[in-house]
Design a protein around this ligand. Sequence first.
Ligand code: GLY
Length: 377
Amino acid sequence: MNLTHDELSWAQSLSEKLNEKYAQVRERSAEKIPYIAHDGVHDNKLLDDPNWWTNGFWAGLMWQQYKATGDRRYAEVARFTEEALDKCLEGYLGLHHDVGFMWLLSAVADWRLTGNERSRVRGLHAASLLAGRFNPAGTHGFIRAWNGNWGDNNTGWAIIDCMMNIPLLHWASEETGDPRFRHIAERHAATVMEHFIRADGSSRHIVEFDPETGEYVDDFGGQGYEKGSAWTRGQSWALYGFVMSYKHSPKPEYLETSRKVGDFFLQNIPEDGLIPIDFRQPAEPRWMDDIAGAVAACAFIELAEICGERRYLDAALKLLRALAEQHTDWDPAHDGLLTHCSAAYHNENDRHVNMVYGDYFFVEAVRKLCGDGAWLW
Ligand code: GLY
């Protein structure tokens, strides 16, 4: 769907600012795997948690910049992460359902953009790990979330976030010609449509199933405000996740679900375009999460294209304008970009901070508007 001349000029002005900023940030963070920029300086998860679920996003951001600018230095910095993550693949035990985020944006991106064979093998290895987390019990089965660090009884837990990891399974089937990975992705998505997406288009965060029978046991508010609420990042994972599933496997029910979740999100965007942590949180304090806005913007741009509906593109522009004008640190001397990212409603330490995955999705959205980004999902 086409932008007007003014909208395109605006997107290109953001692109120029991103190029100026990341030409400097990439040098300071060339041998880091950042998560949060504290006081303008990226931390380094490689030192304390190489298995951390966001560890692919810095590489993904570098690959988006590489695709847009053609500057090979971005590829070199991206490969630092990709190679550092090999010890996680070998270690196996610390890994989880987020291997999609970690390897789609690092190794699979490298394979897609440069044809590096070693990267393809890393991606297939990660896809096999994700497929190995599938529990076939029940009508459709589900991919198990986490590894017991949320309590002792989470063997039957699945989470909405995993919709963003299953593109790794679709990719593996497309890559190998073997449909078994796709079958798992489709069965997990069927469970999500049945048990996570509510009649009003909102999504639950965590659903517990009996790991022996696959029957629904309970659901939890997770990173949102409370049980029954609508954690906004979870809404955006559901929205973009079903858009991605539709792009890999064009089933009408995936498009229908992404529109249903998208319409719920759209109806709840506040006047100023800044997204709360939970659409059902109390009005005060006004805790916000920029990541939800950036992810939803990416999804709305794709949905506008798929459906040919301008209202989705308008929603994306509203979200991005709000971030770019009110919550973005454009200073190249500071490592972080978005300023009001929040890990969870009840996590008081990590609210209104910078987080690398918010920055990644903001960059992906700007690249989509400029038409110079990479499809890494
Ligand atoms: N996938 C975890 C989160 O969105 O915080």
